[in-house]
Design a protein around this ligand. Structure first.
Ligand code: ADP
Ligand code: GLC
Length: 478
């Protein structure tokens, strides 16, 4: 049995802005089911204490950054009993806004300090487990927000806890101007090109890549892609230098949350044997969006952060061709203001065929997955992608660009095709693939066969936990 400390800035069902939260929420549950003691560490953002069990224990870690005391609160996630430490620090975490952005949508000025504090607490907790009566055998940190944990342990010369870093998205590299380096209480020695210096700044993600014992990323294809200049976001050189410790382990799905058979958020439950019932969800979704209710035309869906990564600007270019053929589009997303406005304008232009909801809505994201026929994911890069995995389970066929985890999970060719795949991130390629999708939709036998294939694919966490356990134990043995 291993003791594993997971450190992340968002964890479902407490805080979520994207897939990281789903993974940091679900993988620990799967590992705990195998008998391992996984515990979580996350900041105590505003309002979080109302969402967890009563605090069982707490310890004051002092005031290393001169921003107020850092206090670890020990509790559990109510929904699944996973033990969690919340890092409390009023001046850093108890404020309006999201986990990273202020209410105006801008990065908090002191994000370097906020996540240095999280990382520092992670390092203390793993170096001195006795403090909280629990000693980790593995420290598993996620993304740039937890990245400095590795640098703190390194600078304290604590070498007995293997560190695993999971990169969920290399684009967010936690880089900050050098003027801020002093704030985070690390020695200047680490600030070299081989350390955490990054193009005249410092990068918390680079710190994790350099100083951890293993790097994982969330799909095999992305693990290969990030070694190239095209996908490496300036860190490909560092990754190539540390390639010997890089692994691609595909994310999974928590089918207790994402399964049309028992999803409490959707209008009509269904499964592979009652696939015809999916139509009721389609009808409800069209009604909800006040769209034309003719069910015989395909509905494309999007559930996504609206950022350059996701390639949705290409959807804006390609969609008129599909709408002219009678298809529809239902979108849920938020992010880039220009994209938000452009999709709202599209809705105005096609009020009978386009339904757009700007915002973040967990429950509606389930209804959308259940109600649409095909899910558009034309990402420029996609470390893993979870929405295509959810779509598959709902018999909703993903239309994806062949990159990262999308390339590893959606197949148009081969024995069991489960979706539609295109190569180039441009309007012509997307138009082509959408035309193929519409044509197939009107061939109902082939479509149904593909839906059944899709629903049969098993991307459960249970299938991948052994990869994690093998990796952890190999590091402990070293
Ligand atoms: P990423 O992490 O890059 O955003 P993923 O596909 O891995 O992409 O995960 C996205 C997660 O966030 C999924 O659980 C998806 O359903 C959810 N999501 C994205 N946008 C929204 C939204 N506007 N409302 C509700 N859920 C959303
Ligand atoms: C990131 C990636 C996404 C991945 C998710 C969870 O946000 O953009 O592709 O699925 O993390 O690992």
């Amino acid at each position: 049995m291993m003791n594993i400390l997971f450190v992340a800035s968002e964890i479902y069902p407490l805080v979520k802005t994207g897939g990281l939260a789903d993974v940091a929420g679900a993988l620990p549950i799967a590992l705990r089911k195998k008998g391992h003691d996984v515990r979580l560490l996350m900041p105590a953002y505003l309002g979080i204490l109302e969402k967890v069990a009563p605090i069982q224990n707490q310890i004051n870690l002092g005031n290393p950054f001169n921003v107020g005391d850092l206090i670890l609160l020990e509790t559990q996630i109510i929904e699944n009993g996973t033990p969690i430490w919340l890092l409390q620090c009023k001046s850093l975490f108890e404020r309006e806004g999201g986990p990273y952005l202020n209410p105006e949508g801008k990065d908090f000025e002191d994000n370097h300090l906020r996540f240095a504090a999280l990382s520092w607490a992670a390092a203390v907790l793993s170096a001195h487990g006795g403090l909280m009566g629990w000693q980790a055998n593995i420290l598993h940190i996620h993304d740039w927000q937890a990245g400095l944990s590795a640098a703190y342990l390194k600078s304290w010369k604590v070498n007995h806890i293997p560190i695993v870093t999971t990169v969920h998205n290399l684009r967010y590299n936690g880089s900050f101007p050098l003027e801020k380096f002093e704030d985070i209480k690390l020695s200047n020695e680490l600030l070299s090109h081989h350390g955490i210096e990054f193009y005249g700044q410092f990068s918390t993600l680079k710190s994790a890549l350099v100083y951890s014992d293993a790097i994982t990323t969330v799909s095999p294809t992305y693990a290969r892609e990030i070694l190239t200049e095209e996908y490496g976001d300036g860190l490909d050189g560092t990754l190539r230098a540390h390639q010997h410790k890089l692994h691609g382990i595909l994310n999974g799905v928590d089918y207790e949350q994402w399964s049309p058979k028992n999803d409490a958020e959707i209008i009509q439950n269904y499964d592979i044997n009652t696939l015809h019932l999916k139509q009721k969800n389609k009808q409800a979704l069209l009604q909800e969006n006040q769209l034309d209710e003719n069910l015989s035309q395909p509905v494309f869906g999007v559930v996504s952060r609206l950022t350059e990564q996701k390639g949705l600007d290409i959807v804006l270019e390609a969609i008129p061709n599909a709408l002219e053929q009678g298809a529809k589009l239902v979108l849920l997303g938020s992010g880039d203001k220009e994209l938000e406005h452009a999709f709202l304008a599209l809705q105005e232009q096609y009020p009978q065929q386009v339904g757009v909801r700007i915002g973040y809505d967990e429950s509606y994201s389930h209804q959308l997955q259940a109600g649409v026929d095909a899910l558009l994911i034309p990402s420029r890069f996609e470390p893993c992608g979870l929405t295509q995995l959810y779509a598959l389970k709902y018999g909703t066929l993903p239309v994806v660009r062949k990159t990262g985890g999308l390339a590893d999970t959606v197949f148009e060719e081969g024995a069991d095709p489960n979706g539609f795949v295109f190569d180039h991130a441009n309007r012509y390629a997307l138009t082509d693939v959408m035309n193929r999708c519409i044509k197939t939709y009107h061939n109902s036998n082939v479509w149904k066969e593909m839906q059944e294939n899709a629903m049969r694919y098993d991307f459960s966490w249970e299938k991948t936990t052994n990869h994690w356990l093998n990796l952890y134990s190999s590091l402990i043995k070293q």
